[in-house]
Design a protein around this ligand. Structure first.
Ligand SMILES: Cc1cc2nc3c(=O)[nH]c(=O)nc-3n(C[C@H](O)[C@H](O)[C@H](O)COP(=O)(O)OP(=O)(O)OC[C@H]3O[C@@H](n4cnc5c(N)ncnc54)[C@H](O)[C@@H]3O)c2cc1C
Length: 374
């Protein structure tokens, strides 16, 4: 299942974190790389992500391992940019609802068993580790503080990576409209934009977020899709001491580089309407509800005001696990499609670039091949 090698020219379709990260890693390997994006960079999920860097709670051992290595790459980046306002490791605090669904004790035991840094804290103890969180909102089962977690502002990271990509001679084509992957005689031969401009290549990475399943279906390939529509609300800047990411029953909260907060939740996602023309409807009551829920979990219950919100697909494969690597039936046609793309962004780009450049499958991606859906 190797691509014909050597590969000297690659087209990456999609300018979110997976596309940009893979493109810069390819450029570092000396591969001539063209990145083609529909609109401006980061105009998909990467531009409206909570972007909590974590491997909290339960998942497959392989997925946990990949996420931990993903966090490690961010640690390295953080050491290079120690003062970056867009990449912080100030921990994450999680609590569950006070009902039968509460899994805090079980999750804490699981995380400890893995050696995932975790502290099980009562409400009174949280002020000392996560200033800014409202102790009164923590349920009687307590909260888990994970000191090793963090967050990244993906548009800022994309800016940093793309500057290096261009400096290394990478070619960036933005506002290109919808590109399609060209396949001839069972192998990918490049990409073509709607205006008919062709980008021939030895291999193609499709990293178009929530559009991946639909686009590979055009080449007769099946990837199970569980992509929902998600909402991310950003507040106006607030002067609060919160540094950690909060994951609470009704809202997730993380600081932003400009001193504001980014908010999302499962319930608000479900309230987004999808119109017949493909646009979305977001109710004022949903946005207000999310701001109010965030206020409840913050010390002093500050009044939060809306700055802006983003809405659109949150890429999630049908079985919840990442999809990385080459299609079994189309040589030179690689995919990157996953939830938790913030956590995985750097490592996925590194490993995919290595696979594309060398034709050798990396063992860390063995459990995540597209072929599992065939
Ligand atoms: C609300 C929300 C919260 C999240 N929270 C977290 C979290 O806490 N932690 C975490 O790790 N991850 C989180 N994620 C997930 C993470 O943000 C995504 O997995 C990641 O951003 C996906 O990146 P991507 O490159 O696959 O896709 P995208 O960022 O969607 O980029 C795809 C790009 O492809 C372009 N494109 C699409 N079709 C075409 C085409 N035909 N031709 C050319 N270009 C095309 C789009 O314009 C877009 O720029 C969250 C996501 C959302 C939405």
């Amino acid at each position: 299942m190797a691509t014909s090698h050597p590969v000297s020219k690659v087209v990456v379709v999609g300018g979110g974190i997976f596309g940009v990260s893979t493109a810069v890693h390819l450029a570092r390997l000396g591969i001539e790389t063209i990145l083609v994006n529909y609109g401006p960079l980061a105009n998909g999920a990467s531009g409206r992500s909570l972007a909590w860097l974590n491997s909290a709670r339960k998942r497959s051992a392989e997925y946990h391992r990949l996420r931990m290595i993903g966090i490690d790459r961010y640690r390295t980046l953080s050491a290079r940019y120690p003062d970056a306002a867009w990449l912080r490791f100030d921990g994450g605090l999680t609590w569950d609802a006070d009902d039968a669904s509460n899994e805090i004790a079980d999750v804490f035991a699981h995380e400890k068993g893995l050696g995932y840094d975790a502290q099980h804290l009562s409400a009174v103890a949280i002020a000392s580790v996560t200033p800014g969180a409202a102790a009164s909102a923590v349920t009687p089962q307590g909260a888990i503080f994970n000191p090793g977690e963090g967050w990244v502002d993906l548009p800022s990271l994309i800016d940093v990576l793309i500057a290096e990509f261009v400096e290394r001679g990478g070619r960036l084509v933005t506002d290109a409209g919808r590109a399609t992957v060209t396949v001839v005689d069972g192998r990918a031969t490049g990409a073509t934009t709607t205006s008919g401009i062709g980008f021939p290549a030895d291999a193609v990475l499709l990293a178009t977020g929530g559009d991946v399943p639909r686009m590979v279906a055009a080449s007769g390939q099946h990837i199970a899709d569980g992509t929902p529509v998600a909402l991310l609300v950003r507040t106006k800047p607030v002067n609060l001491p919160l540094r950690a990411v909060l994951n609470t029953p009704r809202v997730a909260v993380r600081p932003t580089p400009d001193g504001a907060l980014a908010l999302d939740s499962a319930w608000s996602e479900e309230e987004v309407g999808v119109n017949s023309d493909g646009t979305y409807s977001v109710k004022d009551s949903t946005v207000r509800g999310l701001l109010d829920e965030a206020s409840k979990v913050l010390d002093g219950h500050p009044k939060l005001e809306l700055e802006t919100y983003g809405v659109g697909p949150k890429p999630i494969p049908g079985d919840g696990e990442p999809v990385f690597g080459q299609l079994k039936d189309i040589k030179g046609y690689y995919l990157a499609f996953s939830h938790s793309g913030a956590t995985l962004g750097l490592i996925a780009g590194e490993l995919l670039a290595d696979e594309i450049a060398t034709g050798r499958e990396h063992p860390l991606l063995a459990g995540f091949r597209p072929a599992r859906f065939s």
